[in-house]
Design a protein around this ligand. Structure first.
Ligand code: ADE
Length: 282
């Protein structure tokens, strides 16, 4: 890390400036793709890290957003940002490496994973805790706006969950332009570009809840397109109710995906209810 802590791109936030030369890439296979950039495993200062590289000029804005927002947060359920190379020519973000990979891979590509059922409710609770923290940030709430299993990472043998990818996060309503691949989790009011608030993350959380409990992909019929999904969600369509779902979970899920944001609970209420559910259910 360069000795001087550079003022980060804007305002009062500070992100440690990292020297690109100090990062050693040794695995050419990408860990994943975010709302922008491609993430690789690397070593920095004797530590395994994940490095998100900007690959195109037009990704700079999302990069700046992610550095700015991630540098404001500090929570056990949010991925830690170690620093960033902001001076170019190579711009990247250096963050904590999550050895368990994404929840998406665990849900849909690891059918025999033993720890799955033990952790399912805990993952949902931890995700809610991370989002609650964002929504309670001062002076303004931070909306993640792209909550979905590919953006939830697992560490400690799948026990702990951390939210990542803040490339579309915002502390105010701004146009959502970068939402490729996120239609299934997007609240109808975001798609309709009406006024929206923290409740858009509550909606996304309810779809994640459905996905974790069913281990299926939402709206996964053959030929489904992002636009088709957005339109049908806007028209009121939701994933089917889950057979034999405990009523306390079903009622929470249905409240969270209510068409009207004002009828959805706040994330703090979700946390309280999930805490109760986790203590009742095995
Ligand atoms: N994929 C995206 N971000 C990651 C991270 N921080 N660790 C592991 N895999 C990732």
């Amino acid at each position: 890390m360069a000795s001087a802590i550079s003022p980060n791109l804007e305002n009062q936030q500070f992100t440690p400036e990292i020297d690109y030369e100090e990062i050693q890439f040794f695995n050419s296979q990408a860990l994943g793709e975010g709302s922008f950039g491609v993430v690789f495993q690397a070593v920095w200062r004797n530590k395994l890290v994940a490095v998100k590289n900007i690959t195109r000029e037009n990704e700079k804005q999302a990069f700046i957003v992610e550095v700015r927002q991630l540098s404001r947060v500090n929570h056990p359920n949010i991925v830690t940002l170690y620093g960033a190379c902001t001076k170019g020519p190579k711009m990247c973000l250096v963050m904590e490496y999550a050895e368990g990979g994404s929840l998406f891979n665990v849900l849909h590509y690891s059918p025999r994973l033993k720890y799955y059922m033990n952790h399912a409710l805990s993952w949902l609770y931890q995700c809610a805790l991370g989002v609650e923290y964002l929504h309670n940030m001062k002076p303004k709430p931070l909306l993640h706006r792209d909550l979905k299993p590919p953006n939830l990472l697992l560490v400690d043998k799948g026990k702990h969950l951390k939210i990542c990818d803040f490339g579309t996060a915002a502390d105010q309503k701004t146009e959502m332009t970068n939402n490729k691949g996120s239609a299934a989790w997007m609240a109808p009011e975001v798609f309709a570009s009406k006024k929206y608030n923290e409740k858009c993350d509550v909606f996304s959380w309810s779809i994640i809840l459905w996905e974790v409990l069913t281990r299926s992909r939402p709206y996964n019929s053959p030929g489904a397109t992002s636009l088709g999904i957005l339109w049908s969600v806007h028209q009121g369509k939701r994933p089917p109710l889950i057979k034999d779902c405990p009523p306390c979970i079903e009622s929470l899920m249905v409240r969270c995906w209510h068409q009207l944001p004002e009828n959805r609970p706040s994330m703090s209420e979700v946390v309280i209810i999930m805490n109760d559910i986790c203590s009742i259910l095995p």
